[in-house]
Ligand binder design. Structure first.
Ligand code: GLP
Length: 254
C-alpha cells in the first residue's frame, strides 16, 4: 500500500519523514533503520538530529544499514556515502559507530563483499524502516534500470545519466566512480516499512511513472507498487505536481 503524503515544502517533507522514524523508535528502541544518501533525505536527517538533541528520540539501541556505496572510494573520502552519513547524521546523534553499516567501497573481492553485506543485513533480522530516494531514471539505491529485479547486494555499473546527475558533487565528471554496491531490490522489498523522500520538479515525471505506470525493472522504483507493507511517500509540491494533476485523489492533503 502506498500513502502519498503532500508537503508544501522540502522542509515539511523532511519533517513528515522524520515523523515516520520517530514513531518507529517510540515503539521499538532497538530498531534496524535502513538509510539513504542524496540531497532528498538531508532535511529529514536535520530534523532527526534536532529531535535527538531535544531528547525526544535516541539512537543508542539502533542499528543502521545503508543502501549503497561507491566502489573505489575509501570511507573517509569526502564523496563516499560513509562520509556523507557521518557528516549529515551519525556524528550528530547518539548512535554507536559500530552499529552503523555500509558496503566497503575498497573491498578487494566484490563477490565476498556482496556476501558480507547480505550477511550483515541478515544478522540484524532485516530492516524495520528503509529510507529511500529516487534517481532521475527511477533507480532506488543504485539499482539502475535493467531487464531484471536484483535480489541481494549487487555491484552495479552506473548509467551515464546517474554519473551525470551525481557529477554535481565531484570536481570533474571523470572523478565520479563508475560502479557502486547497492542493496538489491529484493532486500529493499523485505524491509518492514518504507519511507521515500522525493523533492523538486525534476522528479515529478518519474515519480508518477514509478507509482502509476507499468511495473517494470526499467523503472526499478515501480516494484514498490507490489510492496506488501506500507510505503510512505513524503514529497514536496513540486515533486508531486504530475501526480496531483493526474491522480489528485491519491494524495493525502493536510
Ligand atoms: C543517488 C543515490 C540514490 C538517491 C539518488 C537521488 O544516486 N544512490 O539512493 O535516491 O541519488 O538523489 P537526490 O536525492 O540527490 O536527487
Amino acid at each position: 500500500m502506498i500513502r502519498i503524503i503532500y508537503s508544501k515544502t522540502a522542509e515539511e517533507a523532511g519533517i513528515n519523514g522524520a515523523d515516520v522514524i520517530t514513531a518507529q523508535l517510540m515503539v521499538k528502541k532497538n530498531s534496524v533503520l535502513g538509510f539513504a544518501t542524496g540531497s532528498s533525505p538531508v532535511g529529514m536527517y536535520k530534523e532527526l538530529i534536532k529531535r535527538c538533541a531535544d531528547g525526544l528520540i535516541s539512537f543508542k539501541g539502533v542499528k543502521t544499514v545503508n543502501l549503497d556505496e561507491y566502489r573505489g572510494l575509501a570511507a573517509d573520502h569526502d564523496q563516499s556515502y560513509s562520509y556523507f552519513m557521518h557528516n549529515n547524521l551519525f556524528d550528530h546523534i547518539d548512535i554507536k559507530d559500530e552499529n552503523t553499516h555500509l558496503p566497503d567501497g575498497l573491498a578487494k573481492d566484490p563477490e565476498a563483499e556482496r556476501a558480507r553485506y547480505d550477511a550483515v543485513i541478515e544478522s540484524m533480522g532485516g530492516v524495520d524502516v528503509q529510507v529511500l530516494g529516487i534517481g532521475n531514471n527511477g533507480h532506488i539505491g543504485f539499482n539502475e534500470p535493467a531487464d531484471f529485479f536484483s535480489n541481494g547486494t549487487v555491484l552495479v555499473d552506473l548509467t551515464d545519466s546517474t554519473i551525470d546527475a551525481n557529477s554535481r558533487f565531484f570536481e570533474r565528471r571523470e572523478d565520479v566512480p563508475t560502479q557502486a554496491y547497492s542493496m538489491g531490490i529484493g532486500q529493499i522489498m523485505r524491509a518492514r516499512k518504507i519511507v521515500m523522500i522525493v523533492l523538486g520538479k525534476g522528479k515529478a515525471e518519474i515519480l508518477e511513472r514509478a507509482f502509476f505506470g507499468k511495473v517494470t525493472p526499467e523503472v526499478p522504483a515501480s516494484i514498490l507498487q507490489f510492496y506488501p507493507g506500507e510505503v510512505v511517500l513524503c514529497a514536496d509540491e513540486e515533486a508531486l505536481s504530475v501526480i496531483l494533476e493526474k491522480h489528485p485523489e491519491a494524495v493525502e492533503m493536510p
